[in-house]
Design a protein around this ligand. Structure first.
Ligand code: FAD
Length: 133
């Protein structure tokens, strides 16, 4: 069975897996994410503190529900550390920090962006908000 691996479970990664599954029921799809794998709307992070919402309040769909609905496998709280293009495999650290290997037929990098470091005075007191955690 063809195996498509998507790095990232943000808007891009989860929308892609949903659409791929609609097109083809006979492929294996694995998502890897540094996050919990739960679906949330990132713009809501901006308002969460002022609206006194907890991270759990922002979750729209749990990882387990996504896995069941889309028939996909989500490896959460892992970090992809390398790709071996010729061998079609990637390396990641699992949630216990153990290095693991995963083979793919096709690979999609949907890793989003990192916040700009503004180099402000007292920047150690600034927190970048870019994920639920
Ligand atoms: C606070 C805030 C407010 C925003 N407000 C708006 C708005 O009002 N309107 C608007 O249009 N846009 C807004 N955005 C931008 C919008 O949310 C992003 O453009 C969008 O979420 C990008 O989706 P993405 O899937 O490309 O990336 P992301 O949602 O960032 O997802 C990236 C995924 O990649 C994973 N990942 C990254 N590196 C690795 C790795 N090495 N190993 C494993 N997994 C990895 C992450 O864990 C994550 O799951 C806002 C963003 C933020 C942070």
């Amino acid at each position: 069975m063809k195996h498509i691996v998507i790095v990232g479970s943000g808007h891009a990664g989860l929308t892609l897996s949903r659409e791929l599954r609609l097109l083809n029921k006979d492929i294996a799809i694995t998502l890897l994410s540094r996050d919990s794998g739960d679906m949330y709307y990132k713009p809501n992070l901006s308002k969460a503190i002022s609206m006194k919402k907890s991270p759990a309040d922002l979750v729209m769909k749990r990882k387990s529900v996504l896995e069941q609905e889309q028939n996909i496998n989500i490896l959460s709280e892992v970090k992809v550390t390398g790709i071996e293009k010729e061998a079609k495999c990637l390396f990641y650290l699992d949630s216990d920090g153990v290095e693991r290997e995963l083979d793919y037929d096709q690979l999609v990098l949907a890793t989003g962006a990192s916040p700009v470091d503004l180099k402000l005075t007292n920047s150690e007191r600034c927190i970048s908000v870019n994920s639920l955690s």
